[in-house]
Design a protein around this ligand. Structure first.
Ligand code: ADP
Length: 649
């Protein structure tokens, strides 16, 4: 894991980090935007743009608590940006609060900037033949070490103020002491561990981490007494956190009328100027590089102050504490500290894919034709070609292309709709088989009975004719059912004629009565003798009652009572109750009862169309169906008909 890493659960795959990363150091794997340690320069840009907080920085808090617990001398070195980062705390209060945390002394890297500034001035006066790139900003240095190897030789071989200050303490001021740097920068964490300058800074905290420490110890710096900074006294070095601060210490200015000195601050500016530098377009003698807009703009400063206000706070702090004579004396005292450093190539050497490979990825994303290459940038890469290159290099996935994903989704949706249609078709076919199977089973029963009874001497021709007529009516019922199902599918209107509902019920019952007998079901008929005829479709109503009676029978596998009741209610409506003492229906299932294909019956026994058919028929008769049920007690389906009594019709 690198200094910056991704918290898996928080990453929502918005690719904001990819869009902003100047090094394309984010690899997307299964939708997760991971930081590639070997490409990352720890500039912290991804932290600033990540809206979900998925990008986080390695914490040194544990190390610092341990140092404070184990060592008597732990010196805090504050970044010179502290007046802008913690404006609510006066500098003296900050010193006292840090000491209450256990730090033995508090210094600032501004004195390191004094030493470094002079070193730069000397370098510039000595080395007049070639341009110099500043090396104070660790993100800019690592960027050059990884992505502009030929520029390494232009980097000033001078340490940063943080390392300079670490050397001041460890090499002269108090070699026994442990040193903790506190600042607004992520790259400083990496710099302190860089083997070329390591050993003088023991841990690096961000200002946010410092606030966490204060909170953990219940310290409110704003209410502390003022304390004193230790060690050598800085003056103009306090300006180092502002982008032109180093120039001020060096006594230089980035006069816009002269091109000798350039102060390049901000990620895009640095990236562009280095490209121009490579091309030889830059004639300046000195380019001061800051990946942020000065350290006062560091990625882990968590206040909302404007750049101008931050600059003002630093300037006020600097002028309010000017003691140039003392500073000069201290500089002399530490003049022998070696401030030199080296740089090494950290080339990551990613192979450039062939045009053929890139084209084949573009083809895969349906972006082979130039007019299909929208270059919309939604993937985080500035062009479709760049994304395809990244895919070839294993940095990106084709699914990062939104138009491609949307097209695929559309295709999948169409496939799903098609699959759904096929499923419905299958279910409908099964339902037809189910409905037709009932009367056919009846025919089968009568055929078997007939062939059995034919052997018996007592079997009369009369009885045989009775069986045959039942078979005949079963067969015609099955053909009617098919018609009915087709009607249901077509939502056909009922053919109305005056119908005696009692007769329809008798007819329906006769079709399933053998089933009731087999299951030991007592059938109770309470059919009103004075029932008026209603205008209805006889066959459709018969199907309604057959379905409801069959369901009632199936709900009583161990026997029970089936009551069929007809009456006229107080509103003059014809009312039919089909009541059973079966298993009952749960509250949850009651809501879904009439939904097509809802069934609780085992495969092959139920397809869940019976009640949907019933509901459709009753609706088309402008009637109403109600159901009351208690689990374990039984169910009553009640049908109200009556909009079209024979007389009115
Ligand atoms: P199917 O009989 O094919 O399952 P239906 O639409 O006729 O389809 O019935 C749907 C479901 O309603 C049944 O599976 C069953 O759970 C429930 N149901 C219908 N009538 C009764 C009843 N009288 N008693 C208990 N449950 C019933």
């Amino acid at each position: 894991m690198g200094i910056v890493f991704t918290v898996r659960e928080k990453c929502k795959g918005c690719y904001a980090c990819i869009r902003s990363c100047p090094c394309k150091a984010i690899r997307v794997e299964q939708g997760l935007a991971q930081v590639m340690k070997e490409r990352c320069i720890a500039c912290g840009t991804c932290l600033q743009v990540c809206a979900t907080g998925a990008k986080q920085v390695e914490s040194d808090l544990g190390v610092v608590w341990q140092l404070l617990a184990q060592y008597p001398n732990v010196i805090a070195i504050l970044s010179s940006s502290f007046p802008a980062a913690l404006p609510e705390i006066r500098p003296g209060q900050l010193v006292t609060a840090l000491k209450r945390l256990g730090f033995s002394e508090v210094m600032a890297d501004s004195f390191g900037a004094e030493l470094v500034g002079r070193e730069y001035a000397q370098l510039l006066s000595k080395d007049k033949d070639r341009p110099i790139l500043s090396s104070n900003c660790p993100a800019a240095v690592t960027y050059i070490e990884k992505y502009h190897i030929p520029l390494i030789s232009y980097l000033a071989p001078i340490v940063s103020p943080m390392i300079a200050m670490g050397r001041v303490v460890k090499w002269q001021y108090n070699p026994e002491a442990k040193v903790v740097f506190i600042g607004p920068c992520v790259a400083k964490k990496a710099e302190s561990k860089d083997e070329k300058v390591a050993g003088v800074i023991d841990a690096v905290l961000s200002f946010a981490e410092l606030k966490e420490m204060f909170a953990a110890k219940g310290i409110t710096p704003e209410s502390e007494e003022g304390g004193q900074f230790s060690g050598p006294k800085p003056y103009l070095g306090r300006l180092f956190a502002i982008s032109g601060g180093l120039l001020k210490v060096m006594g230089l200015s980035d006069d816009i009328l002269q091109n000798d000195v350039i102060s390049a601050h901000g990620r895009d500016y640095v990236v562009k100027i280095l490209r121009e530098f490579v091309r030889g377009d830059i004639t300046a003698r000195f380019v001061n590089l800051h990946f942020c807009h000065g350290c006062i703009d560091g990625p882990v400063i968590d206040n909302e102050l404007s750049g101008f206000r931050r600059k003002e706070l630093i300037a006020n702090y600097t002028t309010g504490r000017a003691d140039p004579v003392q500073t000069e004396r201290d500089i002399q005292e530490y003049a022998s500290i070696n401030l030199s450093r080296k740089f090494t190539s950290q080339s990551i050497g990613l192979a450039t894919p062939s045009d053929k490979d890139v084209q084949s990825v573009l083809k895969q994303m349906n972006r082979a034709n130039p007019e299909e290459q929208f270059n919309c940038g939604a993937c985080g890469y500035s062009s479709c070609w760049e994304l395809a290159v990244a895919v070839c290099q294993g940095l990106a996935e084709t699914d990062m292309c939104w138009p491609y994903v949307l097209n695929r989704l559309k295709a999948t949706q169409e496939e799903l709709i098609q699959a759904e249609k096929l499923t419905s078709l299958g279910q409908m076919a099964a339902s037809i088989a189910h409905e037709v199977n009932n009367p056919l089973s009846g025919v089968l029963v009568y055929t078997k009975l007939l062939s059995k009874k034919l052997d018996s001497d007592t079997f009369s021709k009369q009885e045989a004719l009775g069986y045959l007529s039942k078979m005949d009516s079963e067969v015609s019922r099955s053909s009617k059912i098919i018609r009915n199902l087709l009607d249901f599918a077509r939502q056909s209107e009922p053919v109305l004629r005056a119908v005696d509902v009692n007769q329809v019920i008798e007819q329906a019952l006769s079709l399933v009565s053998h089933q009731a007998q087999l299951q030991n079901i007592e059938v109770v008929k309470e059919l009103s003798p004075s029932l008026p005829k209603v205008m209805a479709d006889f066959d459709q109503l018969q199907q309604v009652f057959t379905n409801l009676i069959l369901n009632a029978i199936q709900a009583m596998p161990d026997g029970g009572r089936l009551t069929l009741r007809t009456s006229v209610d107080s509103d003059g409506q014809l009312k039919v109750d089909i009541q059973d003492t079966g298993c009952g229906i749960s509250r949850e299932n009651l809501r879904r009862l009439f939904t097509p294909f809802f069934t609780t019956k085992e495969k092959g026994k139920g397809v869940g169309l019976g009640l949907a058919v019933v509901h459709g028929i009753i609706q088309r008769h402008q009637g109403r169906i109600e159901v009351q049920s208690e689990v374990g007690e039984g169910t009553t389906f009640t049908i109200y008909l009556g909009a079209h009594y024979e007389e009115e019709a």
